[in-house]
Design a protein around this ligand. Structure first.
Ligand code: NIG
Ligand code: FE
Length: 400
């Protein structure tokens, strides 16, 4: 395999933490990629020496493709730890109604469930591929994808199988809302989720998730779902505190979940509990943008010592965008994050939320998932909102 050497990097974000700079910034840097992994990082000045040395990091006799990026910035590929990308149809009318004053209450999920159940695999696969390509083009190299628009055993299994074709980070979200045919029997629906549905989907998934919120699942139901998932070998994550205060964050911390996502309405106790835990608070500002809800207070979480991730929540209802640059811009403008904190949260933070140490970081041995920006620094991601600054993307060392 040809090695790749990026030189002339004006600002390289490595996320190899240094007490003064969590982004591990290097200027005038070069990165050598071999076999899909980062092989070497150094200064542009040291490149010739590094290549000429007998222990050349490209390996003896290896061919090296050299790309001089002309002083531009390079960051790790975005790690989008929360998406719902397998579905059919859209809800543009619901969005228009919301912009005319209607509130978001997650009831539209059932509209997407009906469309998704009726869609053939090929239609869902094609739609998923289009959305994944949109995410990639905007710099996302690691994607979590949830089920949750099937809500019956056959469709949830189909969605998990399709998601697994696109990513290793598949999440079973049978407990998204109560399926329409169980509307007045929520406990019976939870029985199905933790029974036949979990048995069918668990072999295809890495995670289990539950929407712990008024109108979706209670704390007791959520605990049942998560316990069953854990017993089936899945890691746990939670949707919580999106539409109002609730038990989601506390439950996530108590159960050692990898992440609790949304976190728009947190009590002081929730923040204290998160700060002393291994649970990441994942903020999804695309939702507040698209539902006109108040943005979560990232500053409060960061100042308390909580690990914060940013993700897109791309779905047809509350946030129909997979753009991580947009999440960064919103987090900086509306949520009190510095550009450096937001870029970290969209890369290393997402990796923490997925309990991964091979992505979201650029260091020898990490995956060669890189984004070249058409800008001299990562600050431009927030400073130039809506501008397509992602110039090139490499996933596992291959340009996509
Ligand atoms: O994360 N909160 C629950 N689920 C999604 C919304 C899904 C939808 O509206 O279709 C979310 O925002
Ligand atoms: Fe979600």
């Amino acid at each position: 395999m040809t090695a790749l050497l990026l030189t002339g990097i004006g600002e390289l974000t490595t996320n190899v933490a240094d007490p003064d700079d969590p982004c591990g910034t290097r200027n005038d840097a070069a990165v050598l990629v071999r076999d899909g992994l980062v092989a070497w990082i150094g200064s542009t000045d040291a490149v010739d020496e590094a290549l000429a040395a007998s222990s050349t990091p490209a390996g003896p006799g290896a061919e090296v493709r050299v790309v001089d990026v002309g002083g531009r910035a390079v960051i790790p590929g975005f790690v989008d730890s929360h998406t719902h990308l397998v579905f059919a149809g859209d809800r543009a009318e619901e969005f228009s109604a919301r912009m005319a004053g209607q509130a978001y209450a997650a009831g539209g999920i059932r509209t997407t469930v009906a469309a998704t159940r009726a869609a053939a695999d090929d239609e869902l696969r094609e739609r998923l591929a289009t959305l994944v390509a949109e995410c990639r083009a905007q710099g996302t190299t690691t994607l979590e994808i949830k089920t949750g628009y099937g809500l019956d055993v056959a469709t949830e299994s189909r969605l998990a199988r399709l998601a697994a074709e696109a990513t290793d980070e598949v999440t079973f979200l049978g407990a998204h809302v109560v399926a329409p045919e169980f509307a007045d029997r929520p406990e019976a629906y939870v029985d199905l989720v933790v029974g036949d549905m979990l048995s069918a989907v668990a072999p295809l998934a890495r995670w289990i998730d539950v929407f712990c919120e008024q109108g979706a699942f209670t704390a007791a139901q959520s605990r049942r779902v998560l316990e069953a998932g854990r017993a089936a070998g899945l890691g746990i994550r939670v949707h919580g505190n999106q539409l109002g205060p609730g038990a989601g964050a506390a439950l996530a911390v108590e159960m050692g979940a990898a992440a609790v996502d949304h976190c728009t309405y947190l009590s002081d106790d929730d923040v204290t509990a998160l700060a002393g835990s291994g649970t990441v608070a994942t903020l999804l500002p695309g939702v507040e943008f698209s539902t006109r809800q108040p943005y979560p207070d990232a500053r409060r979480l960061l100042d308390a010592g909580v690990t914060v991730a940013l993700a897109s929540d791309c779905n047809p209802g509350s946030s129909f965008t997979g753009s991580m640059p947009l999440m960064i811009a919103l987090a900086v403008r509306e949520m009190g994050m510095t550009p450096a904190e937001a870029v970290w949260a969209a890369t290393a933070g997402g990796a923490r939320a997925l309990r991964r140490d091979d992505v979201g970081i650029l260091a020898p041995g990490s995956r060669a998932d890189l984004v070249l920006l058409d800008a001299p620094s990562r600050v431009h991601l927030a400073y130039r909102p809506g501008v397509p600054l992602v110039r090139s993307v490499w996933k596992d060392g291959v340009e996509v």
